[in-house]
Design a protein around this ligand. Structure first.
Ligand code: PLP
Length: 436
């Protein structure tokens, strides 16, 4: 496959943009380096690069593009919003509509505030938890990525761990000391941390279903234990649902049927992003009225944003959720993902390539190993070279995956049986190639 124009553009980009990319996870550093593919157009389940090659896309822009690229309903909503003015700096009725949609789908949120990214949403939930509890520390889980704000960039998953930057430079140790990291799915380790620092823990922060070291389900009872222990020690529970909200069903992980007791796993605060913006920049956070009243202008916790709640992002979000309300939408993504993962598993087996697949409805992760992956250590203990070779073999056959062994594959409403068949054919050749 000729990608000479991409290579040329990468050289140009390196001259002007640090690392040639505007987010480190877009570089190919974790898959052997070289030029990332410069895409020119995206529609439905497909990308076309600047050299004219077509790819079936499973990156979905790291999650937001669940309705496929340039979905007509979402595109129309953005066009109409743009024609009416892109930014007002005043409240709009649209914001109320999206806030109501989120509240109806995620009942733990009485009050919502829109921001511009998942990073901002998470960062603010921590501030609110600290304001509410008058405590400083948080507990997070190894490998969970919560954006790039100082406090959570410690033992963070996909991007940083891929790049081997467990703690970013530029974060004062005084801040890193306010974060305690424990292994995911390990309630005993959480209890030990709470026993030791409980009086100063403002919040326990978790991706209730992990999306950042592959897709990993909480073990039965883990979230129940987490919520019970946090409350026992007077800490709030924050769910980072930036990836998981509206991912598996029309709702969030906290209301997902695959998790047993929704009342017992109800968080105090939730951070959202990605899908709720329909492909435009957005974040949101919310929680009970009492806790959210900490936020300015009602309370002492300050948070603001020039771009927050802009009509284009909000309109795209509403349109995206409207598409997701359609009958059978999630069932179809589930069916196609099951067909794809069954095929991948069979093909890997035939070629003698060890592969563990973690699938939750329309999203899944492929781990090149022969053991289960239930926490970050297990996700790290997988064959990076095999993943890199697989990634490149797929790319060369027109299938676009995230360039990191920690990232998920995302099905969208645009994928079809023929895309899955095409992908499985490519994968069979890719497994054959890497099996040597
Ligand atoms: N939280 C989770 C779980 C994420 O996966 C991400 C991004 O991938 C973020 C927060 C940060 O969101 P954003 O990139 O919109 O700042």
């Amino acid at each position: 496959m000729n990608r000479s124009l991409s290579e040329h553009l990468y050289e140009e980009a390196l001259k002007h943009i640090v690392g040639g990319v505007n987010s480190p996870s877009r570089s190919f550093k974790a898959v052997g380096g070289g030029a990332p593919v410069f895409m020119k157009k995206a529609e439905g389940a497909y990308f076309w690069d600047v050299d004219g090659n077509r790819y079936v896309d499973y990156l979905a822009a790291y999650g937001p593009i669940i309705t496929g690229h340039a979905h007509p309903h979402v595109t129309r909503a953005i066009q109409e919003a743009a024609a009416n003015g892109t930014l007002y700096g005043t409240p709009t009725e649209l914001e109320i509509r999206l806030a109501k949609m989120l509240k109806e789908a995620i009942p733990s949120m009485d009050k919502v505030r829109f921001v511009n990214s998942g990073t901002e949403a998470v960062m603010t939930t921590i501030r609110v938890a600290r304001a509410y509890t008058k405590r400083n520390k948080i507990i997070k889980f190894a490998g969970c990525y919560h954006g790039h704000s100082d406090l959570v960039l410690v033992a963070a998953g996909s991007g940083p761990s891929t790049l081997g930057i467990p703690d970013s430079a530029g974060i004062p140790t005084s801040i890193a000391h306010e974060v305690i990291t424990v292994p995911f799915n390990d309630a005993a380790a959480l209890k030990d941390a709470l026993d030791r620092w409980g009086d100063d823990i403002a919040a326990v922060m978790v991706e209730p279903i992990v999306g950042n070291f592959g897709m990993v389900m909480p073990k039965p009872g883990f979230l129940e234990d987490l919520c019970r222990l946090a409350r026992q020690y007077g800490a709030l529970v924050i769910y980072d649902e930036v990836i998981t909200a509206f991912r598996f069903h029309y709702g969030s992980a906290q209301t997902y049927a695959g998790l047993a007791n929704h009342e017992a796993i109800r968080p105090d605060l939730t951070a959202l992003g990605k899908i709720i913006g329909g492909g435009l920049p957005i974040g949101a956070y919310g929680g009970s009225k009492k806790i959210m009243e900490q936020v300015a202008p009602l309370g002492p916790a300050y948070q603001a944003g020039t771009m927050a709640g802009n009509p284009a992002s909000i309109s795209a979000g509403i349109a995206c959720l409207e598409v997701l309300q359609g009958a059978g939408i999630y069932e179809e993504m589930d069916r196609l993902a099951a067909k794809l993962t069954d095929g991948l598993a069979g093909s890997a087996r035939r070629h003698g390539v060890p592969l563990t697949i973690n699938r939750i409805r329309g999203s899944f992760s492929t781990h090149f190993c022969d053991h289960p992956v239930t926490n970050y250590d297990e996700a790290q203990d997988t064959d990076s070279a095999a993943f890199a070779a697989f990634f490149r073999a797929m790319l060369n056959r027109g299938v676009n995956l995230a360039p990191s062994k920690f990232e998920a594959w995302f099905l969208t409403t645009a994928h079809t049986d023929s895309d899955i068949d095409f992908t499985l054919e490519a994968a069979d050749a890719a497994f054959k190639e890497i099996a040597g």
